[in-house]
Design a protein around this ligand. Structure first.
Ligand SMILES: N[C@@H](CCC(=O)N[C@@H](CS)C(=O)NCC(=O)O)C(=O)O
Length: 216
């Protein structure tokens, strides 16, 4: 047995994924991490996410969800944090004590608690709640915060590519494509920098293949 074989077995993840959905970000992260995972497909066309079998795994009926050592992890920022820490050897997560740990947590959680609610309001063409009642305040502030950071550095944490960029690069790619986020030169260059990485491309190809398989 190779010295790292046991570690590899301990790190094996069960990943619940629906092709062409938000769980694509987790697929991309697993590829970036070189993770060992078993894929369990959820078929949205057959509404499997709402059936008792899947709800017994994630009562919210949402993907992504992962299982590891008997623990269920859901919610994209939590899934990203968990996986990047578990596969720390890939160095996509600044560890506690690293000066980048705070910004890393900030950008991951900002995604789920501010950006996602803002995007859903935009996609539903819903007026946002008054700034003091809205989880993201004002849409312009969300956009300015992202753009300001991306005009300063190639990645959200500066020169270093991390798991945060897997989440944000992919999301800014699809949200600009659907015209939910206005494309600025900084956002476009950033999304391109991220999505053209070999692991990201590998994940996109795998996802397209899985989508075609489910559609057949
Ligand atoms: N709060 C969850 C939301 C995930 C989510 O919106 N998942 C969508 C995928 S695009 C889903 O599973 N939708 C299926 C459904 O609700 O029927 C997270 O951040 O992970």
């Amino acid at each position: 047995m190779k010295p790292n074989a046991q570690t590899c077995t301990d790190q094996k993840i069960t990943f619940f994924h629906a092709p062409q959905s938000r769980s694509g970000g987790t697929l991309a992260l697993l590829e970036e991490l070189g993770a060992d995972y078993e894929l369990r497909l959820v078929n949205f066309k057959q509404n499997e996410q709402r059936q008792p079998a899947y709800r017994a795994i994630n009562p919210m009926g949402k993907v992504p969800a992962i299982l590891h050592g008997g623990a269920l992890i859901t919610e994209q920022p939590a899934v990203f944090l968990y996986l990047a820490d578990l596969y720390s050897q890939a160095r996509l997560a600044p560890p506690p004590g690293d000066p980048l740990r705070g910004p890393y947590l900030r950008w991951l959680v900002f995604y789920g608690s501010s950006f996602e609610p803002a995007i859903v309001d935009r996609s539903q063409k819903r007026a946002p709640a008054p700034p003091m009642a809205s989880p993201y305040g004002a849409w312009e502030d969300v956009l300015n915060t992202i753009n300001q950071q991306l005009t300063q550095s190639p990645y959200l944490l500066g020169e270093r590519f991390t798991a945060v960029d897997v989440l944000w690069g992919g999301a800014l790619h699809w949200t600009t494509m659907f015209e939910l986020v206005p494309e600025t030169p900084a956002i476009r260059a950033y999304a391109d920098r991220v999505i053209t990485r070999p692991a990201m491309q590998r994940a996109a190809a795998k996802d397209a293949e899985l989508f075609a398989l489910q559609a057949a």
